[in-house]
Design a protein around this ligand. Structure first.
Ligand code: FES
Ligand code: FES
Length: 211
């Protein structure tokens, strides 16, 4: 074999070896070949919350949302799960007086916080003024969005009282007005599929006019 043949053979071997190694790396590892991964069970953590005035100690998976902690662990099912993605407002509760979407926050982030749900606002015998106004003005149809609407409205009137402006406030240096445009803007995170919006605004206007 002459020198030329030697070179061409070794090039050929090199190409074959390269092709083989490419094939080897392209083939995915089978399930058997994968290193075994032991499933680690979630470790529960202790969380203390004050819900509707009552101290509550829960043991929760750290991934539990505040919404699921309220509904699934404390059985406070007044707070509703609509979208579970922060888009509908059905899950609105108050945390230390501020309204939040409870589906967007983890329960473990609220150690020691004071949570108010619709069950903590009033009782059938002693309704909160906002609950009474929603009934008076027919501010609901199916009622699914209503707990969130009411919690949101109560906290929203506090925001107006504190002079916090909204995107439609015309003058940032004066007390925001209690008009329909302000209320609609401030309540825009609470969706009502039944379209009870005008009655909801009537109910909130009545309560806001008294506070
Ligand atoms: S369920 Fe939380 S915003 Fe829709
Ligand atoms: S009353 Fe039905 S979604 Fe609002």
């Amino acid at each position: 074999m002459n020198e030329l043949c030697d070179v061409s053979l070794s090039r050929r071997n090199l190409l074959i070896a390269g092709a083989l190694s490419a094939t080897t790396t392209a083939v995915p590892l089978t399930a058997e070949a994968q290193p075994a991964q032991a499933a680690t069970p979630p470790v529960p953590v202790k969380v203390s919350l004050v819900v509707n005035g009552k101290p509550q100690l829960l043991e929760l998976d750290t991934r539990t949302t505040l919404l699921d902690a309220l509904r699934e662990h404390l059985r406070l099912t007044g707070t509703k799960k609509g979208c579970d993605h922060g888009q509908c407002g059905a899950c609105t509760v108050m945390v230390n007086g501020r309204r939040i979407n409870s589906c967007l926050t983890l329960a473990v982030m609220h150690e020691g916080d004071k949570i108010t749900t619709i069950e903590g606002l009033g009782t059938p015998d002693k309704l909160h003024p906002m609950q009474a106004a929603f009934i008076k003005h027919d501010g609901y149809q199916c009622g699914y969005c209503t707990p969130g609407q009411i919690c949101s409205a109560v906290a929203m009137l506090e925001e107006i009282k504190q002079g916090i402006p909204s995107h439609v406030s015309t003058d940032l240096n004066t007390q925001p007005l209690l008009n329909a445009a302000e209320l609609r803007e401030r309540m825009s995170g609470n969706i009502c599929r039944c379209g009870a919006y005008s009655n909801i605004i009537d109910a909130i206007t009545e309560v806001g006019g008294r506070t």
